[in-house]
Design a binder for this molecule. Structure first.
Ligand code: BGC
Length: 416
């Protein structure tokens, strides 16, 4: 039996470490690349510091399609994780199922309404209640370039228009190197595709075609130009690109095997993990023609309803940690994104992040800020899946004419 003095000591430890209500948090995410793993390790550290047990539930697969499939089967089986990386319109779909926990108590105590851009807060809420906590803002319309490769090929700086881009890519090819490092998976094909829609058509056209899924825009002459440009980019990729993971494509740019990659700024997390310096070893620039626009992608975590009090406390602590200034800084320094929490000090961030932060504010005022379809920010998961498939079929099969490609994509966009 425990003696009274031992009991007192045990209680004192519990009070001092604050672990009276410690719980386990099982967190589903798809952050498995070098830069991503470093980022999520910071969240684990904070949670363990609060006395909770972190149960990592990582499902590899960039873009998160595989993670979402696994999540569905766990929830259907009545065994959801404590938290899962869920974002954009999918948050509403999960909330409608009645399985998400209400985070209002934490949001109120931590003043989330005043710390988040309203547009982001709205996406995190279902019927006015917070059901998800945002971690960052990723910019998707980036082009990454190896500085040394550009120099070798005689390319002066990052191309700003698609014409300049193709001229630069020709020079890289002539120098015997791969111009575009591409990972042939449907979400990566689409990441490039939405850059082209934005670069060729502009932000208004992007909104009409990609967000409103307006049939007139989707079947317009601009869309024909988009598909022609998109198909041309493929001629600058290497034959080994089908199926390649995004971080392996980034590694090709890091190592100097390739000149460019079109990818969101989680790619910068790979450059950072490889100790490469922006402006010196590599360049970050908006994808051609998209300098005045910004495709955003906000990562967030939703919590599932759990009965255990310790688990609930751990969920509340996780939500608070995610929005806390310490995590917002260290996570985003590693991840390549910028903090979603407003008024954060950007002193420790590099020039790419500073540019992202500046452009995020500027485009939110001039109409250039648009949601990324490739990264689940714009349309329902069903419509997104259908358009992604149509775009990838066109990318992979040169026998599909541009006219048919336009028709197929417009038809897929009509999926409810
Ligand atoms: C997520 C990022 C992630 C990337 C690659 C995106 O959809 O928002 O956080 O790094 O996919 O997996």
């Amino acid at each position: 039996m425990l003696k009274l003095s031992q009991l007192a000591t045990a209680l004192a430890v519990v009070v001092a470490t604050g672990t009276a209500m410690a719980g386990e948090v099982e967190v589903l995410h798809w952050w498995t690349s070098g830069g991503e793993a470093k980022s999520v390790a910071e969240l684990k550290k904070i949670m363990e510091g609060k006395g909770h047990t972190w149960k990592d539930f990582a499902v590899a697969g960039g873009g998160g399609d595989a993670a979402m499939t696994v999540l569905k089967s766990r929830v259907v089986a009545g065994n959801p994780p404590a938290a899962a990386q869920i974002k954009g319109p999918a948050i509403q779909e999960w909330a409608r199922e009645g399985v998400l926990a209400n985070l209002d108590a934490t949001a109120k105590a931590e003043k989330w309404d005043s710390l988040l851009p309203k547009g982001v807060a709205d996406v995190m809420k279902y019927k006015g209640n917070y059901v998800a906590a945002p971690v960052n803002v990723h910019r998707v319309n980036w082009m990454w370039a190896n500085a040394e490769v550009l120099k070798k090929a005689g390319v002066a700086g990052a191309p700003k228009t698609w014409d300049e881009f193709f001229a630069a890519a020709d020079k890289v090819k002539a120098a015997g190197l791969i111009a575009v490092a591409h990972g042939g998976q449907n979400w990566q094909d689409f990441t490039t595709f939405e850059d082209v829609v934005l670069g060729v058509g502009g932000a208004r056209f992007y909104e009409d075609a990609m967000v409103k899924l307006d049939q007139k825009a989707l079947t317009s002459a601009t869309m024909t130009k988009v598909l022609e440009t998109f198909r041309k980019i493929k001629t600058y990729t290497d034959p080994a690109s089908p199926g390649r993971d995004w971080n392996l494509a980034t590694a090709m740019v890091i190592d100097g095997r390739a000149a460019f990659q079109f990818m969101g700024d989680w790619a910068k997390g790979e450059f950072t993990a490889a100790k490469k310096m922006p402006g010196k070893d590599y360049l970050c620039a908006a994808a051609p023609g998209t300098g005045n626009a910004y495709t955003f992608n906000v990562d967030s975590f939703a919590m599932f309803k759990l009965k255990d009090a310790g688990a609930q406390k751990a969920q509340a602590d996780l939500a608070a940690a995610i929005m806390g200034p310490q995590f917002q800084e260290v996570f985003n320094l590693n991840k390549g994104s910028i903090p979603v929490r407003l008024n954060m000090d950007m002193a420790k961030f590099d020039d790419c992040a500073k540019m992202s932060s500046k452009d995020f504010v500027a485009t939110s005022k001039n109409g250039g800020l648009v949601p990324s379809v490739a990264h689940g920010m714009a349309v329902s998961p069903a419509a997104e899946g259908a358009i992604k498939d149509a775009v990838s079929q066109f990318w992979n099969d040169d026998k599909i004419s541009v006219a048919d490609g336009v028709k197929n994509i417009a038809k897929a966009a009509a999926t409810k």
